[in-house]
Design a protein around this ligand. Structure first.
Ligand code: ADE
Length: 408
């Protein structure tokens, strides 16, 4: 028996979210066919979930809330664990009807509710809904819930974690690091243009697709609604990659992501994050107060970029004034044609070796060796503790009818 949350996502909270999107729509003058309208339909109070919205998630594909089709946990075969997180696991799954491969992130409601993390989860969901089709950001195909779990059906990035490849090779050469850094920067700049700060950039959250392009995943720690000069104080994320202002719980803004990019770039060059110490506490102290010491072995433009991204003073950090544009004009990126990059016309420097769309060679065996619970596909009674979670991305459906994500 799953206990109901004492304080579920309330109507008042939902109303605030709806007002936010209303403002966004007004601001951006989005047409009524924009997918964001669909999202608003799901942000309805818990007691207005229709009676027949049970057992399986009802999917809506137009703004009149007419049920169009149903997708449920039982529609997928769950094959392997491909990732783990604090609220649950990510599984490689196939859709029973068409055999397509997906990464299904399954979150346990009781863990989320016990930790009062509904906001992060709903945030991840909303952020995934917002970025329907940007290269380098993972795509959400469906989401639904059962009595005790939330399911996010995402593209399967079969190239595995950037971290997995980095660990095996220790460090990357500059051209390879530049390519990944440029694709990551492009994705972060896009999120910032939507007033979203990613906040949790680390090599584990950077995946590769079948061709070797970057796929940014895990939006549970994003902060929405942060405009150009907006700041916040909430503390989250992995300490190794956190900016000093976040560690010190000072106000921070979107420049935390440029620090994160600096930290990931440092790890790509040197095999370790900046300010590294085996003693964690010392490392945190280093991040806050030690000057950046860069070992030789990288070009002067790469060193200069690291120094500017890892500036402890966020107001002086590269990207503080003109965001992505400032990075794009740094000499380290002078060989990057940014339009070509976003069009995925720059050939990736490394193509993962794969035998097919469900290939698991690039997924760490510490995940794939974990057992897959049999109960995942069981169709339990629907419990709407997370109203607004149910979703189908028919934009992607029409696209994926043409090509499977893994390109085979
Ligand atoms: N691990 C976490 N999310 C993933 C995804 N979308 N594809 C592959 N591995 C993942």
């Amino acid at each position: 028996m799953v206990k109901k949350a004492k304080s579920p996502v309330t109507y008042a909270k939902m109303k605030r979210i709806v007002s936010y999107f209303t403002a966004l729509i007004k601001d951006k003058k989005l047409g009524s066919s924009h997918p964001i309208y669909r999202q608003m339909n799901f942000l309805r109070p818990e007691n207005s979930v229709p009676d027949d919205d049970r057992a399986a998630a009802v999917c809506f594909s137009n703004p009149t809330e007419e049920p169009q089709c149903q997708v449920s946990a039982a529609d997928f075969d769950y094959l392997k664990v491909i990732g783990t997180g604090s609220f649950g696991k990510v599984f490689l799954a196939t859709h029973k009807e068409d055999g397509r491969y997906y990464a299904v992130k399954v979150l346990q409601k009781h863990i989320i509710l016990a930790r009062k993390e509904e906001r992060h989860v709903m945030c991840e969901h909303r952020v995934l809904l917002k970025m329907l089709n940007y290269p380098f950001l993972v795509k959400l195909h469906f989401s639904f819930q059962t009595m005790d779990r939330l399911y996010l059906v995402l593209d399967y990035a079969c190239g595995g974690e950037l971290f997995y490849h980095l660990q095996r090779e220790w460090a990357f050469g500059e051209p390879r690091a530049r390519f990944y850094a440029a694709e990551i920067a492009s994705a972060l700049g896009y999120l910032h243009s939507l007033n979203i700060v990613y906040r949790d950039l680390k090599p584990e959250n950077v995946l590769l697709d079948y061709a070797g392009h970057v796929v940014l995943t895990d939006f549970g720690l994003c902060k929405e609604g942060m405009t150009g000069r907006g700041t916040t104080r909430t503390f989250c994320g992995t300490p190794e990659y956190l900016a000093p202002e976040v560690l010190q719980q000072c106000e921070y803004d979107r420049t935390v992501d440029w620090w994160g990019l600096g930290a990931v770039l440092h790890e790509m060059f040197y095999g370790l994050p900046p300010f590294y110490s085996a003693d964690r506490l010392e490392m945190l102290r280093n991040i806050i107060s030690q000057p950046l010491a860069l070992k030789p072995g990288v070009s002067s433009s790469a060193r200069d970029l690291l120094k500017r991204l890892l500036n402890k003073d966020r107001a002086k950090r590269l990207g503080a004034k003109r965001d992505l544009t400032e990075l794009q004009s740094h000499p380290f990126f002078s060989s990057i044609q940014w339009d070509e990059l976003v069009a995925k016309k720059i050939p990736p420097p490394f193509v993962p070796s794969l035998t097919g769309p469900g290939d698991l060679t690039n997924i760490d065996s510490r995940f794939t060796e974990l057992p897959v619970p049999l109960s995942l596909g069981a169709c339990e009674e629907y419990g709407a503790t997370f109203p607004g979670f149910t979703y189908i991305n028919d934009n992607i459906l029409s696209l994926s009818a043409q090509s499977q994500t893994c390109g085979h």
